[in-house]
Design a protein around this ligand. Structure first.
Ligand SMILES: *Cc1c(COP(=O)(O)O)cnc(C)c1O
Length: 412
């Protein structure tokens, strides 16, 4: 029997002109010329709009789609996104500024995340956004700030669910966590919720991230609605916003298959119908980061040196883990696997070899591709890491070794 090496699913959708990879209709060299330097992160505008359209086609019409800004807070991209989605979720006062500057209406912005500082909560209340309270301390602070600013802060409770998103790349619920208020404590917190000082908006239940299994996502969504209905019975007023999280993943590694959206959309349709009866005033919200922007992003770096060390080929580039920690395998991977990588100016090459793509840092962790089959590449060639639109630049230790910052571009 012949065994086939599993492929990277993302390679199947690439377009090229001659030897050149196309990104948003531009060749990879044109993208670098426009940026004026390498490395560069390029985000394909059309791909982002296309992804949102695909989602809209399967989501129930009344369901709101939010963008989790932390996935990619590039201001120009955030501005683009403001016109495409129904709201933003931010995780800091810094992201709140980007969201507001991007043109999103404050009433459609929510702020979740542990350890919000007083100044951040003040900025949120002053802006009139919804704060997802992660603790009783935050509820007390919000009431105090509301009195000072003579506002009644809009507040939803972030709930740490009593279940997990199975087979998620990153679990965020089910056990003890710094996120949210434990589901079993929520009724007690609701009993003392100060409705004079605070405007109760509803619940935020986020169970996990980077999931490629429709069945697992459906199960978590069903349990999320069960939990929300139970908690609503103890609420001080009607639930008006119910953020059910997201967790939709994208394929990064060989053999991974894209998430099947149709069954997820169908299940959400059923849940939306059910909520019309059980939570009639609630706007249902899915919040997605990676799924909206991850596949639209390309990290491009240039080969500086080609070395052969004891029979192994190393392509040393001007980009590395300080720009793209996730591709190096040091952002939550247990066993390092290669992201999909191509040589962007040798897309028609027939001569291939096993090579490792490494960055310029003085650490063996600085690997963008380990022992991968690639076209034979030379100094000056362009290495392109796919699936790089989410948790790329701002999720990387950019200060490490004091190299210049990569450029970021929205194309075309
Ligand atoms: C990070 C985060 C998201 C976005 O997760 P993705 O995997 O990028 O979709 C959504 N909601 C909350 C609360 C988060 O912390």
């Amino acid at each position: 029997m012949r065994s086939r090496t599993p492929q990277h699913a993302a390679l199947a959708r690439l377009e090229r002109r001659g030897a050149q990879l196309l990104i948003g209709g531009l060749t990879v060299e044109e993208v670098c010329a426009r940026a004026g330097r390498t490395p560069v992160y390029a985000y394909d505008r059309t791909a982002i709009a296309g992804r949102v359209a695909e989602l809209r086609a399967v989501l129930p019409r009344e369901m709101h789609l939010h963008y989790a800004v932390k996935a990619n807070p590039m201001p120009e991209l955030v501005r683009e996104m403001a016109a495409l989605v129904d709201g933003f979720d931010v995780a800091s006062a810094g992201e709140l500024s980007v969201a507001l500057a991007g043109g999103m209406a404050p009433a459609r912005i929510s702020f979740a995340g542990p350890g919000k500082r007083a100044a951040e909560l003040e900025a949120a209340v002053a802006a009139g956004i919804t704060v997802h309270a992660e603790s009783e301390r935050e509820l007390g602070e919000l009431a105090r700030i509301g009195r000072t600013l003579q506002r009644r802060p809009a507040v939803a409770l972030r709930v740490n669910p009593d279940f997990e998103l199975k087979s998620a790349g990153m679990k965020m619920g089910g056990g003890p966590a710094q996120f949210g208020i434990d589901a079993e404590q929520v009724p007690e917190v609701l009993a003392s919720f100060d409705t004079g000082a605070l405007d109760f908006r509803g619940f935020h239940i986020f169970a996990g991230s980077q999931n490629l299994s429709a069945a697992a996502i459906i199960e978590a969504q069903n349990r999320t609605i069960d939990l929300a209905e139970r908690l609503a019975a103890a609420a001080p007023g009607p639930v008006r916003e119910l953020n059910i999280g997201g967790g939709f993943g994208i394929p990064y590694f060989p053999g991974e298959q894209p998430l099947e959206l149709a069954p997820v959309g169908e299940n959400l349709g059923q849940l939306a119908r059910r909520c019309r009866a059980s939570l009639p005033q609630a706007t249902l919200i899915v919040e997605l980061g990676r799924y909206l922007v991850g596949e639209a992003g390309y990290f491009i770096c240039r080969v500086i040196d080609r070395k052969v060390s004891r029979g192994r080929v190393f392509l040393v580039t001007d980009g590395g883990l300080h720009h793209h920690l996730a591709a190096s395998g040091n952002f939550g991977q247990v066993i390092r696997k290669n992201y999909p990588v191509v040589i962007g100016n040798r897309m028609d090459a027939t001569e291939r070899e096993a090579a490792s793509v490494v960055g310029p840092l003085c650490t063996p962790l600085d690997v963008l591709a380990a022992n991968m089959e690639l076209p034979r590449a030379m100094p000056g060639d362009l290495v392109v890491v796919l699936q790089s639109g989410a948790y790329g630049l701002t999720a990387s230790p950019r200060g490490f070794l004091s190299h210049p910052e990569p450029a970021e571009l929205l194309v075309p």
